[in-house]
Design a protein around this ligand. Sequence first.
Ligand SMILES: Cc1ncc(C[n+]2csc(CCOP(=O)(O)OP(=O)(O)O)c2C)c(N)n1
Ligand SMILES: [Mg+2]
Length: 280
Amino acid sequence: MSPLNHPPGTADIAGLKARALNLRRLMMEMAAGKGEGYIAQGLGIADCLAALYFHEMRYDAANPAWQDRDRFVLSTGHYSIAMYAALAEAGYFPKEKLPDYGLNGSRLPMSTFDDTPGVEMVGGSLGHGLGQAVGMAMALRLDKRPSRVFCEFSDGELQEGSTWEAAMGAATFRCDNLVALIDCNGIQADGPVTVAIEPVAAKMAAFGWDTVEINGNDIAALVAALEGARKPDGRPKCIVLRTVPGFGVPTIMARDRAHFVRIAHDEWDALREELEAANG
Ligand SMILES: Cc1ncc(C[n+]2csc(CCOP(=O)(O)OP(=O)(O)O)c2C)c(N)n1
Ligand SMILES: [Mg+2]
């Protein structure tokens, strides 16, 4: 079992930064192998996943079905590249499996499937993660389990009514074992977010959520916000993450269109060097 859920103030920030860099390395390897992928989102959310999997969450990688585990619900199934890197780094399956990402018949499909060890939800159709997470949080409470549910969803999904129905439900049903992590990366598919969604944090607070807004690429801020979200005070918790697509690889950060990145096979090595230089 992971020795996680550290007492407040005991985070190894340097160690978590090293984990985040490892996750980025693994993702770059996966994307380079295929020559394409949702690498920009993966690089953007890497710090959050490092803080979750290597500081905040309780789980047993050797026993993915352990009933008292915390649940991580990835609502944006297309961010699978990031989740697979985190799961491999956490020991759910060998890193040698990662090159299977996106191949026909692979257990690491480009959009998540719950057949993969450690994956809680079938992804792909957006707007359903928060609703499922609320249901999980309520069920876990009814079963008197200590587990918490962490649900990532995106700024694009804030344009779907189902997300707001679930947000109302979580507050109504006092799901204080639920933490929403909203990845506000500023993009959705073809460009910037189109329908006005701001102010996200004020809206979630108005819906009854205990809400903070942070730089989602700042490990220390992530750890502090996650520790702050442990309060069993009857309110669901929300952390609005401002992330940068492609974070850590300047050429990808600079792209106008970063939703789905396709890069010639002979250019990936230079990008991987950028990642090392940026973190050197
Ligand atoms: C219900 C649904 N509608 C449309 C799509 C097609 N789609 C795939 S990714 C995406 C963009 C959604 O916004 P966001 O999650 O913020 O995207 P990103 O930040 O990854 O660009 C869309 C519209 C989908 N997968 N599901
Ligand atoms: Mg987005």
